[in-house]
Design a protein around this ligand. Structure first.
Ligand code: PGA
Length: 270
């Protein structure tokens, strides 16, 4: 369990911050968190496309990893309006988020499309962050586990175990995301994380599947961050609104980091 020894904390700024705002946010976040050892924590920010080059120049890569919110599944071609992995490489990106709830539900992306993007991201040397999550209706039918397993099995289809060493998964129930979202309870989140872990080990074996970081996202806030990070299956938090102010994000980081470390120490001593 090497990758999962550290905590993963990240934010997606969606379509909210201009280049100037993104740079100011990153500089402040870096200033507030730079003394925390990166052996203990991977901190990442996923700003909008237009800001990426300036974002990359504004803070050191070893302190804050940066990612894109989406990516085309081809390097080049007749794909008007799309962004190629080559362009994201050039902008110095480390990761690419694939299948965020808003991509799936507002822009109607399918599991098959997410799969092409995940494979292309791996081939291009990125760390893909695959987002999965059921809708309220699916939860109501009692098929959340089936939906998540399908999103993972289709989304990661054809991936070699060695490529899986770079992926991360975010569990973000659709009903929990955004201004109208209701955060998942810690028990429910942990239960679905367990389903994700079982699916990953089924796909990639105990060693590699057991080592993929799985983050929870969806209305994480300063009140629920602590109880969520204490759950055994949750390796990190993927935060929207509550992380868009660098001081607020830093306050959450400071709260959850010691709790996460105590959890891992507790596991080691068993
Ligand atoms: P939220 O967003 O924390 O504002 O609910 C989460 C997300 O969309 O990743």
């Amino acid at each position: 369990m090497d990758r999962r020894k550290k905590i993963y904390l990240g934010t997606n700024t969606k379509m909210y911050k201009t280049t100037g705002e993104t740079v100011a946010f990153l500089k402040r976040l870096n200033q507030l968190t730079k003394e925390i050892s990166r052996d203990k924590m991977q901190l990442f920010v996923i700003p909008s496309y237009m800001t990426l080059a300036a974002a990359r120049e504004s803070v050191p890569r070893q302190n804050i990893s940066l990612g894109a919110q989406n990516m085309a599944w081809e390097e080049q071609g007749q794909f008007t309006g799309e962004i190629s992995p080559l362009m994201l490489k050039e902008a110095g990106m480390d990761l690419v988020m694939i299948g965020h709830s808003e991509r799936r539900h507002v822009f109607r992306e399918t599991n098959e499309e997410e799969n092409k993007k995940v494979l292309c991201a791996c081939k291009s040397g990125f760390s893909p962050l695959l987002c999965v999550g059921e809708t309220a209706v699916e939860k109501g039918y009692g098929i959340a586990a089936e939906v998540i397993r399908t999103q993972l099995k289709v989304g990661l289809h054809g991936m070699m175990p060695c490529e899986a060493r770079k992926i991360m998964v975010a569990y973000e129930p659709v009903w929990a995301i955004g201004v109208n979202g209701v955060p998942a309870s810690k028990e429910y989140a942990n239960q679905i994380h367990q389903v994700i872990r079982e699916t990953l080990t089924e796909l990639f074996g105990d060693e590699i599947g057991g080592d993929v970081p799985v983050l929870y996202g969806g209305s994480v806030n300063p009140q629920n961050a602590e109880e969520l990070i204490c759950m055994p299956e949750i390796d990190g938090l993927f935060i929207g609104r509550s992380a868009w102010d660098a001081d607020n994000f830093n306050a959450i980081i400071r709260k959850v980091l010691p709790l996460f470390e105590a959890k891992r120490r507790g596991e080691d001593s068993v």
